[in-house]
Design a protein around this ligand. Structure first.
Ligand code: URA
Length: 433
């Protein structure tokens, strides 16, 4: 029976459950182009407002997974996926690190979504790096370099490729069923046998509360397990940006510095989180105790094994790290903001920092917008640091057009709270499941 899209929209708008066939046919029609973007956007908005139950979410994930080819592997494979954060460049360290420990990492990753940056956009600031790879090439890179970070294509997870871009510009990101289906469809289609989810929680995350973040973590782990994968999740704090850089090229620079052994390039707790996520991947995929996996990950980070995997992946994707260095050295417009009083940095509002980075050109307002690779914010301090009046807090940067930089700087200043007492220390990992 032909699906009548308008009836499905009416049903979800009224808060009713959609049946499996309706979900499958809607996603199939959207993937093939017989259901236009405006009807898919309307359904996404109805799902955001009305929700979906567990069965509907599983059906949506399944329909999106099977919108293209599903891969399988005969070597131990794992992947980790973050639900989206500000300054979240962890995949650039974690995935090569797990690969250096002997786990193959087929990683379908995303572009910027809502206020959060996307690993794919960050990687593509490396001149020549292409995240869009034919399926056969993606498989070859995983098996030769040990890791490939690529995007959904018309061959693999095409429904997520189209829906992800629509959600980014239609205010339909922060919905547990849509996030679960989006993430699981990529992860199940790429075929990774073990999945680790980094569920972000706080001001710079789609899930603002512990309850919502825990619910999302449980839904991801349950969905992955019911599809026959091993799975674990961490709920991690996302109130201040992760690390120092928020943007694209500046985040890649920060990740490369960590892979190169520059200890102070990232706060120690963020490096520890990279190691923990990679260790979970290794422990699940190779079936070894977590402590042993942690030790192996620390060793491969220290001896340059992870960096070599990263370099091999970049060159297999066509990227040129020497031209990346030249890009970073290009003249750009910069503006530095300074503390107006002495004290302790007690908060750096990740959402505000992300919005400033977006306004500078680090993200998209419309599908297809071009990103300025150099646009972004680089923090000079982290929460808990002591600052003196006049000390640098952050630098704003963009490739062209100095207009608006001063206004953006004034906005960025509002993201910082400076108090006379040091803030209470809250751990980065809030929950583990
Ligand atoms: N990451 C994804 O891949 N999809 C989402 O919807 C959110 C984060």
């Amino acid at each position: 029976m032909a699906l009548v899209a308008k009836l499905v929209l009416d049903k979800k708008r009224e808060g009713q459950s959609l049946d499996s066939a309706e979900i499958r046919e809607f996603i199939d029609g959207f993937t093939r182009g017989t259901i236009p973007d405006y009807q898919m956007s309307a359904l996404a908005m109805a799902i955001c407002c009305r929700g979906m139950d567990e069965r509907e979410t599983a059906d949506l994930a399944d329909a999106m997974t099977h919108s293209g080819t599903c891969l399988s592997w005969d070597v131990p494979t794992a992947d980790k996926h973050s639900t989206g954060g500000v300054g979240d460049k962890l995949s650039l360290v974690v995935q090569p690190l797990a690969a250096a420990c002997g786990v193959a990492v087929p990683s379908l990753t995303g572009r910027g979504l809502g206020i959060t940056g996307g690993t794919a956009d960050k990687l593509e600031t490396i001149p020549g790096y292409s995240c869009s790879q034919p399926l056969g090439r993606f498989r070859e890179i995983v098996l030769s370099a040990g890791v490939s970070m690529a995007v959904q294509t018309d061959e693999i997870a095409p429904a997520d490729k189209k829906l992800y871009a629509l959600r980014d510009v239609t205010g339909t990101v922060a919905s547990i069923p849509l996030i679960v289906a989006s993430i699981l469809s990529k992860k199940l289609a790429e075929g990774a046998g073990s999945l680790v989810f980094d569920v972000k929680c706080g001001r710079g995350a789609f899930m603002k509360t512990r309850e919502d973040a825990s619910a999302l973590a449980r839904a991801l782990v349950a969905g992955a397990k019911s599809a026959g994968r091993k799975a674990a999740a961490l709920v991690t704090r996302m109130d201040e940006p992760l690390g120092y850089a928020v943007g694209n090229a500046n985040e890649v620079r920060e990740a490369i510095a960590v892979l190169s052994g520059e200890e102070s390039a990232m706060p120690a707790e963020v490096v520890d989180l990279c190691v923990e996520l990679a260790a979970l991947m290794v422990s699940l995929a190779k079936d070894v105790p977590l402590d042993d996996a942690r030790e192996e990950c620390r060793a491969r980070l220290a001896d340059g094994g992870a960096k070599r995997r990263f370099e091999e992946m970049v060159s297999a994707h066509g990227g040129d790290l020497r031209r990346f260095e030249a890009l970073l050295a290009r003249p750009a417009f910069r503006f530095r903001i300074q503390a107006m009083r002495s004290g302790f940095v007690s908060g750096i509002d990740a959402e505000k920092v992300a919005r400033v980075a977006l306004s500078l050109g680090a993200g998209r307002e419309r599908v297809g917008d071009r990103i300025d690779p150099l646009a972004g914010v680089t923090l000079a301090v982290k929460v808990g640091d002591r600052v003196s009046s006049g000390a640098p807090l952050a630098t704003l940067e963009r490739s062209s057009d100095p207009d608006g930089l001063e206004n953006a700087a004034a906005e960025l200043y509002k993201a910082f709270s400076i108090t006379s007492k040091p803030p209470e220390k809250v751990p980065l990992v809030l929950e583990s499941l």
